[in-house]
Structures are given as C-alpha cells and as structure tokens.
Write a new protein. Structure first.
Length: 240
C-alpha cells in the first residue's frame, strides 16, 4: 500500500467508524424517546426527505462513489450536471435549497422501490435526519402552506427536542455535524485541506474526474479539477 492509498484508507475508515457511532446513538436516542411517549415517523419507504440537498464531506462521498454501479454512476452524473446548471447565477442558500427541492426531484440514489440504494454507506447527514412529525411535513414547502396550518405545526413542535423551526431532532443533527468536522480535521491533517459539498457532485467528481487522485496531489490540483468540471460554486462545494 502506498502512502497515498493509506491516506484515503484512513479517511474512509474514520468515516465508517463515525457512521457506526452515529447509528448506535440514533437507535439509542429513538428508543428512549419512544419509551417516553414520543413518536419518530421515519421508516422504510419514507422518502420525502430525499428531495433535500444532501451535503457531506469528501471521505463519505468517496465511499459512496466506490459502491456505485455503472447505472447509479450515470444517474449521479446526470444529477450533478443538472444541479451545476441550475445553480448558475444563484448566490443565496435559501434560493439554492428551494430550487433543489423544486427542480431536482428525489435523490438519484433511490432505487426502483423508492429506498436508498446506498443505505449501508449513506452519509452522516442522512443518518442524523430523524423526524418527529409525519412524512408529509418532510416534503412541505412552507412558503406554500397556509398561515394557520403553518402556525399550528410550529406550535405543536417540542422545542426541547427539535431543531426549531424544523421538526427534525436537534441533538442528532448536532452530533452529525460534529462528526463531519472531525472528518474534515483529519483530511486537513493528512492532505492540508478539506472538501465539503453536495453528495452527488462530490461522488460524480470522484467517479468521472478522479477527484480523489487530484486531492492527493494537493489543494491546488483539487481546486483545478473542480473548476475544469464547472463545479467551482460555493453553494455546491467548499474547500477549507
């Protein structure tokens, strides 16, 4: 194994360990919450949250890219190019997130049954998104919800549990973010920089533009590959 191979292995191994840790934490938290009378509405086939823009670190995206079939890789490529074109001229995060939900449809990694096609290696962002309300709210556009209905929804949220004004569990999202930052820190220590961005974009760049190889050559080379592919947009990818 070369030094370069070892760097990538360390990054992916850490990502796997983080995912296992978060998985255990989520299960423990959900069990306790249900024992206390709370309800979690996530389940197999529930996919409304899969229309959200998923952003993740480089290592998790690389692990996903390495698991993709040829067909999945083609779907990811189509998604990434469409999102790249959609994001042109967009500078505000809320606008980007709304466009993503309205125009991009569901995650390209969903299978024909509507379930996650990369479930064992799905990123921390997905694992930490646990809903305390029915799935219809995971797909709701609150700019189109009647004021009275929106106010009733907000009033019913348990602010001690959720990341208000959303209905997703705050402590689990916070834990996911902390683990992502630990992954970024390891990448900085090994390669001198960290990459974070849209899962489909990162996976596409790993599959079709050898972003992993470029990253091993250094920050400047990675930035060059991203720019040449047309994905040098701060709402799609960040280099830190």
């Amino acid at each position: 194994m070369t030094a370069n191979d070892d760097c990538l292995r360390q990054l992916i191994d850490q990502a796997k360990q983080q995912q296992m840790f978060l998985e255990m934490f989520v299960r423990s938290w959900v069990d306790d919450y249900r024992c206390g009378g709370g309800t979690v509405h996530c389940g197999k086939g529930c996919r409304n949250c899969c229309s959200l823009a998923v952003h993740t670190g480089f290592a998790e995206a690389l692990a996903v890219a390495r698991q993709l079939s040829v067909e999945q890789g083609m779907k990811v490529a189509d998604y990434a190019v469409k999102l790249r074109d959609l994001a042109r001229g967009v500078s505000e995060l809320p606008h980007y997130l709304r466009l993503h939900r309205d125009e991009m449809g569901f995650c390209p990694l969903l299978n024909e049954e509507g379930a996650c096609g990369v479930y064992p290696v799905r990123p921390l962002t997905c694992r930490s998104l646990i809903s305390t309300r029915e799935s219809v709210w995971c797909g709701a556009d609150f700019t189109k919800v009647a004021a009275a209905e929106r106010d009733a929804f907000l009033a019913a949220l348990d602010r001690k549990v959720v990341s208000f004004p959303s209905h997703y569990v705050a402590v689990l999202q916070e834990s996911g973010k902390e683990l992502e930052e630990a992954g970024a820190q390891l990448m900085r220590s090994l390669l001198g920089f960290a990459l974070y961005g849209n899962l489909g974009v990162l996976a596409h760049l790993c599959l079709h533009h050898d972003l992993a190889g470029a990253a091993l050559e250094g920050r400047d080379r990675a930035v060059s590959v991203i720019a040449q592919a047309g994905f040098d947009h701060p709402l799609l990818l960040t280099v830190s």
